[in-house]
Design a protein around this ligand. Sequence first.
Ligand SMILES: [Zn+2]
Length: 349
Amino acid sequence: MTTPLAKKPKTPKRRTGRNVAPDLAADLAPWKLRRAGRLQLLEAPPLASLDWLVHGFSTRPGGASDLGDLGGTGKAHRDKAGGSRKTPDRALNLGFTDWDSREQVAENRRAFLRAVGAGHMRAVTLRQIHSDIVHRVDSPDNAAGDPPGGDALFTRAPGCLLAIQTADCVPILLADTKQRAIAAIHAGWRGTVRRIAAKTLGRMQMEFGTRPQDVVAALGPSIGRCCYEVGEDVAREFHAQFPEARQWFDGPFDPLAAGENDPNWLPWLTMMPPGHQPPPLRVHLDLIAANRAILTEAGVPSRQISSSGFCTACRTDLFFSYRREGSTGRLMAAIGIRKQIPPRRGKSL
Ligand SMILES: [Zn+2]
């Protein structure tokens, strides 16, 4: 892989089509969907060009879990008449959800790690709690025992594989190309509003001497601006934290952020009888744009930040979407430092 970071692709592959959020299209780097046996892995070119690490974003097809009873995709639900199930939806669920067995998930995880090229590594995971808690990993042994609560991991220890689970939130992978350090971050709206990506980068700066200008960032499949409707609580928190927050929202952001959505005064103002009030105001949030801005503000050059362009809610054929499907599977984003670097072929950072 020799994709230069500084140049935008001439013809982004997934630029057209209704399944790509239009606002993300301008940022599209040509991410690759790579087949690995029965699985398909999504790879970020800036990370794939670094020979000292392995990485991958999982997709839905090809696993061994049965989502048939959950009715998620519309092609795998029982019909109303009497339970004749359509084609079972075999999916790569990588999270320990209540509807899937631990053995099944463990088997899926092994298949995913093999596909990533990390079959010999143990994944360090977290009990994700939508926080801004960042954990440093110093040894692959950190994979043993119950995972700690938190939402970001970073390391520079060879042999460590860091893994984040998502089903709409933004998975962010970072690589410091000079110090050879990496991070995996889970950024939903709560983590984003707490700037978890910048805080992770801050820890890498303090503890490893990472310089933001040496960092490449990959923002994986997550719910897009097209589908991510949020209410007043989210708008107000972003407004309070970021002067530029308005740019990341579509819809009536200003009245929502100003708290002018109070149902108590709306009926009085509009003279509407009870039960005929207009519905509460809603806006759409672009988590990718917000995290991109947070990383840029922290010093990562924008040309070194790439996003997949996929919306998980639009593309439940390829991903899991908690917002769209409710009970569903979990995707995984993983990044690890190789113990042995294969012989160099061509240029890398
Ligand atoms: Zn969408």
